[in-house]
Design a protein around this ligand. Structure first.
Ligand code: SAM
Ligand code: NAG
Ligand code: NAG
Ligand code: NAG
Ligand code: NAG
Length: 253
C-alpha cells in the first residue's frame, strides 16, 4: 500500500521536474541556435567609457527585426538603387582609390563590404578595378550582396584581403562584429571602418562610439595602421587595421 502510493506520487513529480528543466533550458537552446559558431560569450558585451550599447532591445530577434524594417522598406530600396546610386558610388570610389594609393587595397584583393545594403560600395570597388568584391547584409541584393549577419559571417577563416564597413554602429555585439572580421580576414588582411565619433548615428544604431580607443582594444589580433577624418555620409572618421601575420608574436600576452 505504502509502496504503491510512493510510485504514483513520484511519477508526476519527475515528469514535472523534467518539464520545468526543459522550459528553463529553452532560452539557452535558442541562444545556441542563433550563434552556432560562437567562440566568445556574446552576452558579455563590452561597454566602456567610449563605447556604449544602446538599451531597449528585448531580444536578438527584435534587434534584427528593427534592422530589417528599414532595409526591406520598398520605398527606400527604390531610392537607394536610383537617386542614391549615382550620388554615392563616386564618393565610395574616391575613398577606395585613396586606400589603394596607401597600399591598403589592391586590384587583386578579395574584398568584402559588411552591411552593404544594395551594394553601392561594392559597385564602387568593382569600378575602380577591385574585381573580386562582394557585399554582405541581412537582406541579399544579387549579384552584389549576399545574405549574412555580421555577428556570424557566412565565410570561412582567412578568406578576405580587405574588409570595409560603415555600419559598426549597428553592431549589438561589437566584440563579435570585430572577432568575425579578424576571423575571416587573411593574415595581414586589412579592415577599414568608417565610424561617427563626433555626432550620434541614427535611431537604427545599436551602439555609440566616442573615440578610436575601444576599436583598438577590440582589434586584438591586428595593428592600427591609419586614422583620418573623412566626410562619409554622416560618418567622420576612417580607421584601418591590419591583421597580424602568421609569424606575429603576441607581446600583449
Ligand atoms: C546605414 S545602412 C548602410 C548601408 C550601406 N553600407 C551604405 O552606406 O549605403 C546599415 C546596413 O546594415 C545592415 N545591418 C544591420 N545589422 C546587420 C547585421 N547584424 N548583419 C548584417 N547587416 C546588418 C542593415 O540591413 C543596413 O543595410
Ligand atoms: C516597421 O515599420 C513600420 C512602418 O515604418 C511600423 O509601423 C512598424 O511598427 C515597424 N515595426 C517594427 C517591428 O519596428
Ligand atoms: C587597377 O585597375 C584599374 C581599373 O581597371 C586600372 O586602371 C589600374 O591600372 C589597375 N592598377 C594596377 C596596379 O594594375
Ligand atoms: C577559425 O578561427 C577561429 C578564431 O580565430 C578559431 O577559434 C577556429 O578554431 C578557426 N576554425 C578553423 C576551422 O580553423
Ligand atoms: C583581447 O585580448 C585580451 C588579452 O589577450 C583578452 O583578455 C580580451 O578578452 C581580448 N578581447 C577580445 C575582444 O577578444
Amino acid at each position: 500500500m505504502y509502496a504503491v502510493m510512493k510510485i504514483t506520487l513520484t511519477k508526476p513529480f519527475i515528469l514535472r521536474c523534467f518539464l520545468v528543466c526543459l522550459f528553463l533550458s529553452l532560452p539557452f537552446l535558442f541562444f545556441y541556435l542563433l550563434f552556432p559558431q560562437q567562440q566568445q560569450p556574446f552576452h558579455h558585451s563590452v561597454t566602456t567609457k567610449d563605447l556604449t550599447i544602446r538599451p531597449g532591445y528585448s531580444s536578438y530577434q527584435s534587434y534584427i527585426q528593427r534592422q530589417l524594417n528599414k532595409t526591406l522598406n520598398p520605398r527606400l530600396r527604390k531610392i537607394w538603387t536610383t537617386r542614391d546610386w549615382d550620388r554615392k558610388i563616386p564618393v565610395f570610389a574616391r575613398f577606395f582609390n585613396d586606400l589603394r594609393d596607401k597600399n591598403l587595397l589592391r586590384n587583386t584583393s578579395k574584398a568584402l563590404c559588411i552591411g552593404a545594403r544594395v551594394g553601392q560600395e561594392v559597385e564602387a570597388l568593382r569600378r575602380i578595378g577591385v574585381a573580386d568584391s562582394v557585399g554582405m547584409d541581412l537582406v541579399p541584393y544579387p549579384p552584389l550582396v549576399v545574405e549574412g549577419d555580421f555577428h556570424n559571417q557566412p565565410f570561412r577563416n582567412d578568406t578576405f584581403d580587405f574588409e570595409f564597413s560603415n555600419v559598426f554602429d549597428h553592431a549589438l555585439y561589437p566584440q563579435r562584429f570585430v572577432a568575425e572580421i579578424e576571423r575571416t580576414l587573411k593574415p595581414e588582411g586589412v579592415c577599414v571602418l568608417h565610424v561617427a565619433l563626433s555626432r550620434r548615428a541614427d535611431k537604427y544604431s545599436a551602439n555609440d562610439l566616442y573615440s578610436v580607443q575601444p576599436l583598438v582594444e577590440l582589434f586584438n589580433h591586428s595593428a592600427l595602421v591609419h586614422v583620418r577624418t573623412v566626410d562619409g555620409f554622416g560618418l567622420d572618421t576612417e580607421v584601418a587595421f591590419r591583421k597580424n601575420g602568421p609569424t606575429h608574436h603576441h607581446h600583449r600576452l
